[in-house]
Ligand binder design. Structure first.
Ligand code: SF4
Length: 107
């Protein structure tokens, strides 16, 4: 999709996958929101990246995810995880706020 690959085997994407005891990347201080330039001049879409460099494609390039999917990113364990509070409440609130599609933003 738009040049990004979703090849990670360690970060699950299924929203309904068993998440008990798992880490939500969105609740980690290293999960950062970044703009990605879109086709129209000055417009952009929102992406999330792991500032700790944990999200990688199979060939080693950094992988980013679409912002609207960020609440689905969870991982069994991560030695760089730094939580920003209670994950359950945070993810619940985040899901209410996230856009439902990959929205285009213009300045
Ligand atoms: S450091 Fe680990 S828990 Fe935090 S965003 Fe990166 S992969 Fe997720």
């Amino acid at each position: 999709m738009e040049g990004y690959e979703y090849l990670s085997q360690s970060v699950e994407t299924a929203e309904d996958a068993g998440t008990a005891g798992r880490i939500f990347c969105a609740n980690c201080i290293h999960c950062k929101l970044v703009p990605a330039p879109a086709d129209a001049e000055g417009s952009y879409r929102l992406r999330v990246r792991c500032e700790a460099g944990k999200w990688r494609k199979k060939l080693g390039d950094e992988k980013v995810y679409k912002y609207f999917t960020v609440a689905r990113r969870n991982i069994e364990s991560c030695d760089s995880y730094e939580d920003m509070g209670d994950a359950v409440e945070f993810i619940k609130d985040l899901r209410k706020l996230l856009p439902s599609t990959d929205e285009l933003y213009t300045p």
